[in-house]
Design a binder for this molecule. Structure first.
Ligand SMILES: *Cc1c(COP(=O)(O)O)cnc(C)c1O
Length: 403
């Protein structure tokens, strides 16, 4: 670890998720999702973690804190519960919850990097991540190189002596590319850099990057972890406790924390993550196979299809192929726009990972800001966030929209 990290002994009393209810305590993923960090409330016996709507905490004498709580930017018990759950699900040493995915990313990059450093990032990274690097952190002196992370030689060539972070998304958005996390960890570590994996698309249920050698996992909890399209949030999970402490210091110093109610909503979502993901991906697999046989569709991008270029790596490092897929229309952009506008059960909307199915046109919607950049996506592309409705109803809707 290097970077401008002012660990000056100023004790912020930030409770970092992990510890007593950490990964070692419960072995099964679904058990951890429901119980890690979520013991019944010791004061009342409440089975569900309360929403602690308080900014400050009574001290028993000056500096005499009960349970370590002092001020809710530094720590709040509802957020602590979420942070412990996140650390347990990703099998990390420390979890941290933020106001949004981008707030988590900004805090991470400004903790581990200094002006003059360099980031190698996924060529088709989430547009907001690319904008954070190219429009905000570039002005702070942080350099970046968009790179095809599925091409390991390209990654080796992109790494510089100043590279602090290799930033990986897998599967990528919206092209569903698959990068080899273990191979990237080796390259990053040999270069003295950290491997960061944005695990939003897979969720910790399907992929645990820290167990494959990554140093930090990023989430937009807005997506599958929240799971109900009703809360914006972000998370970081660090493999190493020391890095976790540095991130916690910056979480408090920069202040982009998750509020207690938002933390509670994400916690509630996490309890059902496993059963939702099973259904999301059963539906997505059926839809991918059906689309692949449709005459109006030129190609289907879904890592679960055997002819997907990342299928073997995905099968190795993921326990399932997820609920996101994209497809390209034979008749170009007009046809893609028409499908998006004719769909009814699939709601035309940005975002992803909720129980309801969404459809969108990345070129005009989520990735419009990438036009003309290395991240530009094909105009004939349609992206689906497959929900957990009845698969037959979803197929019937696509059939009429494509017809
Ligand atoms: C949505 C998203 C983000 C950003 O998260 P916000 O919660 O919207 O700030 C980052 N990465 C991926 C892959 C996303 O889908």
């Amino acid at each position: 670890m290097s970077g401008p990290v002012p660990m000056d002994g100023d004790d912020t009393r930030t409770a970092v998720g992990a510890g007593a209810t950490g990964p070692g305590r419960y072995r099964g993923f679904t058990t951890r999702a429901i119980h890690a960090g979520q013991e019944p409330d010791p004061a009342t016996g409440a089975v569900i973690v309360p929403v602690h709507l308080t900014t400050t905490y009574k001290q028993d004498g000056v500096g005499g804190l009960r349970g370590g709580y002092e001020y809710s930017r530094s720590a709040n018990p509802t957020r602590t519960a979420l942070q412990e759950a996140l650390a347990a699900l990703e099998e990390g040493a420390a979890g941290l919850a933020f106001a949004s995915g981008l707030a988590a990313e900004d805090t991470l990059l400004r903790t581990v990097c200094a002006p003059g450093d360099h980031v190698v990032l996924t060529g088709d990274a989430y547009g907001g991540t690319f904008r954070l690097l190219s429009k905000v952190l570039a002005r702070w002196g942080l350099e970046h190189t968009p790179t095809d992370l599925t091409d390991l030689d390209a990654v080796r060539a992109a790494v510089r002596p100043t590279t602090r972070v290799v930033w990986c998304e897998t599967p990528t958005n919206p092209l569903l590319g698959i990068a080899d996390i273990a191979a990237l960890a080796e390259i990053a570590h040999a270069a003295g850099a950290l491997l960061v994996v944005d695990n939003t698309f897979a969720s910790p249920y399907l992929q645990q990057p820290l167990t494959l050698g990554a140093d930090v996992v990023v989430h937009s909890t807005t997506k599958y972890l929240g799971g109900h399209s009703d809360v914006v949030g972000g998370a970081l999970v660090a493999a190493d406790g020391g890095l976790g402490e540095q991130l916690a210091y910056h979480q408090n110093a920069m202040g982009a924390v998750a509020g207690p109610f938002d933390a509670w909503l994400v916690l509630r979502g996490i309890k059902t993550l496993a059963v939702r993901m099973d259904r999301h991906q059963d539906n997505a697999a059926r839809i991918a196979a059906w689309l692949a046989g449709h005459p109006a569709v030129a190609s289907v991008l879904y890592p679960g299809l055997p002819d997907h270029p990342g299928h073997d790596v995905a099968a190795e490092q993921m326990s399932g192929f997820g609920g996101m897929l994209s497809f390209r229309m034979r008749d170009g952009e007009e046809a893609a726009l028409r499908v998006c506008e004719r769909a009814r059960l699939f709601t035309l909307a940005e975002s992803l990972g909720g129980v309801e199915s969404l459809i969108e046109h990345p070129g005009r919607m989520t990735h419009a800001s990438a036009a003309g950049s290395p991240l530009e996506v094909p105009a004939d592309l349609v992206r689906l966030s497959v929900g957990i409705e009845e698969a037959d109803d979803l197929l019937a809707d696509l059939d009429q929209a494509l017809g």
